[in-house]
Ligand binder design. Structure first.
Ligand code: RNT
Ligand code: ZN
Length: 425
């Protein structure tokens, strides 16, 4: 007997088929896409290395929803829960401060062994791993500078940390048989108008050259660099601006990371993909949702998310683009935040695949903008939801909002209990 999900799917298929869109093939392609899910949504970017260190670097997490992860085991359990509610096989994006070790080890001394439990866990779960040096929330970044620091000793510390991070990334790649992307983001910048904009950028360039000096097999590790327009406390000037990293990335064959919240408010990263793609071998995305500033809200199905999906699909950029998420909201259930943001990202890609891209491009070439607009608008109410439901069912994850009940149960049985445990300690 056909379930109602199957029946709706079959009906939807017929409608899409009329436009030459093979829905079964779309779902096969969709299942191959890996999203790199950021571990830091699970504990408000705290990490485990320096539990008493406040979050710095000009980023901020607001909210105090109970139940955040306090140990690597808890974070892994929370991510397992989230992945059980998200269709497909994905990756986990780690930051250096998430090292799982009893040793007192500083960032410049980190080694692959400090992440062994993550590697074992990823293997067992069939997940890939990505990595990030943590150039913030540390005493040596307290004045807001790291790789561009004027003090050579402090600068060296951060260079060593980033070098160590690439080795950890390569270890992940080699152990898991999936390329790891190691992304360098530094918060360096001035609150007020600088007297010298050039010297910090020269130092950052020189530091990066040192960080990347050692050749690492791109099969195991790919380097990425992430820019930003401003941060809290770096409102006037950010050393690693977009122009800086666009230049650096293109010249040195590094992935350029586009974070949706790192540009001027009316600037969108969807409109940058087709340009960057012409001059690079790949792109890293930090899919996020800025609200008035780089607020890192949970990703929702808004126009920009759909446009990012469209650009990747229509320009055939999925094979060379690494899709990472970067949001952190502590005002809602953190597992739900992952599920909502990740499901939306995948769903947006699916919606893009279910659009008559070739027909739209053809209409455009022929100057038939009427057809372009008419088709675009009609497709907004095509039954993509039926296809999504079927995909979720086929992938063995909850259909529609059924996942929410599972998160609520998990909250009651696991997350809330952590608060009483924390109070006892
Ligand atoms: C900060 C950057 C960076 C961080 C993470 C935690 O503005 O977006 O990617 O969010 O590394
Ligand atoms: Zn980011």
């Amino acid at each position: 007997m056909q379930t109602s999900v199957e029946k709706s799917y079959e009906e939807a298929k017929v409608l899409y088929q009329k436009h030459g869109i093979n829905v079964d093939e779309v779902l096969e392609a969709l299942a191959k896409i890996k999203v790199s899910v950021h571990c830091w949504q699970g504990d408000d970017v705290r990490g485990f290395l320096f539990p008493d260190q406040e979050l710095t670097g000009g980023i901020s997490v607001t909210g105090n929803y109970p139940g955040k992860a306090r140990t690597p085991k808890q974070l892994q359990a929370d991510m397992e829960k989230a992945f059980s509610l998200i269709p497909g096989k994905h990756k986990v994006n780690l930051h250096a401060i998430y090292a799982d070790t009893n040793e007192k080890v500083d960032l410049d001394q980190l080694e692959p062994k400090h992440f062994q439990s993550w590697v074992d866990w990823a293997k067992e779960q069939g997940l890939g791993l990505d990595f990030n040096p943590t150039c913030f929330s540390h005493e040596k970044s307290s004045d807001g500078f790291t790789l561009s620091h004027p003090d050579p000793e402090i600068r060296q510390f951060w260079i060593d940390h980033c070098k160590a991070s690439r080795k950890i990334g390569a270890y992940f790649g080699e152990q898991l048989g999936q390329t790891c992307v190691t992304n360098v983001w530094v918060p360096d910048g001035y609150k007020d108008v600088p007297a010298d904009r050039m010297a910090p950028r020269q130092r950052l360039k020189d530091s990066l050259d040192q960080v990347f000096a050692e050749e690492i097999d791109p099969k195991y590790n790919l380097d990425a660099v992430e820019s930003k327009v401003f941060g809290l406390g770096s409102e006037a000037y950010v050393v690693g601006s977009h122009e800086f990293y666009m230049g650096y990335g293109i010249k040195n064959d590094k992935l350029i990371c586009l974070d949706a919240g790192h540009f001027h408010p009316t600037e969108v990263i969807s409109n940058k993909l087709s340009s960057l793609a012409l001059f690079t071998n790949g792109i890293l995305l930090h899919v996020s949702r800025p609200m008035r500033w780089d607020s890192d809200h949970v990703v929702v199905m808004d126009d920009e998310l759909l446009d990012i999906g469209r650009e990747l699909v229509r320009n055939k950029l999925l094979d060379t683009t690494h899709i990472g998420l970067d949001f952190f909201d502590a005002s809602i259930n953190r597992v739900a935040a992952w599920v909502i943001g990740t499901r939306n990202t995948i769903k947006a890609l699916m919606r893009a695949m279910l659009e008559p891209s070739e027909a739209l491009k053809k209409a455009e070439l022929e100057g038939d903008f009427t057809t372009r607009l008419a088709l675009t608008e009609e497709f907004k109410s095509y039954p993509f939801g039926a296809v999504w439901d079927y995909y979720c069912a086929k992938q063995g994850v909850p259909v529609r909002e059924e996942w929410l009940a599972e998160v609520k149960t998990y909250e009651k049985e696991v997350l809330l209990k952590r608060e009483t445990e924390a109070a006892v300690v």
